[in-house]
Design a protein around this ligand. Structure first.
Ligand code: NAP
Length: 217
């Protein structure tokens, strides 16, 4: 498969690019910082410079044409304020979905967050902006005719992957999940077109990832 990853230097994105490249998929990773080119190349992916806060959908059509799927793995990240939650977590996802439609790419996997889909509770103003941006990005994607999957991970950790998850439609309940396992779930979702137009939550659990995906079909 040909896969385009938006936010290609993200911690999940780099893991995903390694997994996909290792199984023979061709990966293009969109990054905004040229200093990250070597890190991306080490995963086996091809880096493309694209700042998703400053492009229009048509600017991305050439890069996306011929791809089998787009994965939205970008995020404004810790330390960013409310404005960038909107321009990246919502705006860049909508931009990629729009570009995917124009390029004829039907499959779109969006990394969202547990907590999205309802009014933010607890946390400060920035947390509320983050949850609202993720919710708006999800709503934007659901309104499109794409073959989308929204994946809401629990709290991300850098522990080694376990290969075992709880993966289901909301709500699975709060919990941690390793970035390794989120990347492995996305790789498996990309190979299973029958899991389509659905919102999933994932935390670490007892079920092997392939079995968890098979249980959804
Ligand atoms: N932390 C958690 O516990 C948690 C829980 C659930 C879901 N999530 C979500 O999961 C997703 C992936 O997590 P992660 O840890 O892999 O994220 P991450 O390491 O913060 O990666 C996000 C990537 O997005 C890129 N990005 C930011 N602005 C961009 C722009 N304008 N154009 C292009 N790329 C841009 C960043 O690039 P730069 O290096 O250039 O900034 C970075 O590489 C995020 O959306 C996050 O919100 C997080």
């Amino acid at each position: 498969m040909n896969i385009v990853i938006a936010g290609g230097h993200g911690q999940i994105a780099l893991r995903l690019a390694r997994l996909l490249s290792a199984r023979g998929d061709a990966v293009l990773s969109l990054i905004r910082n040229p200093e990250q080119v070597d890190d991306v190349r080490e995963t086996g992916a091809g880096p493309v410079i694209a700042d998703l806060e400053y492009l229009a959908p048509d600017d991305l059509v050439d890069q996306l044409t011929g791809a089998d799927a787009v994965v939205f793995a970008a995020g404004a990240g810790p330390g960013s304020g409310a404005e960038r939650k909107d321009t990246v977590d919502r705006g860049a996802s909508a931009l990629m979905a729009d570009a995917a439609e124009r390029a004829g790419v039907r499959r779109f996997v969006q990394i969202s967050s547990m907590g999205a889909g309802r009014p933010p509770s607890g946390g400060d103003e920035t947390w509320a902006a983050y949850i609202n941006a993720k919710t708006a990005a999800e709503d934007d994607l659901r309104a499109r005719g794409l073959d989308w999957v929204i994946l809401r991970p629990g709290r991300l950790t850098d522990d080694p992957g376990t290969g075992r998850v709880t993966l289901a439609e909301p709500e699975v309940g709060r919990g941690d999940v390793t970035r390794d396992d989120v990347a492995a779930v996305i790789a498996a979702l990309l190979s299973e077109p029958k899991v389509n137009r659905t919102t999933l939550e994932v935390v670490n659990g007892d079920v092997p990832i392939d079995e968890a995906i098979a249980n959804l079909t």
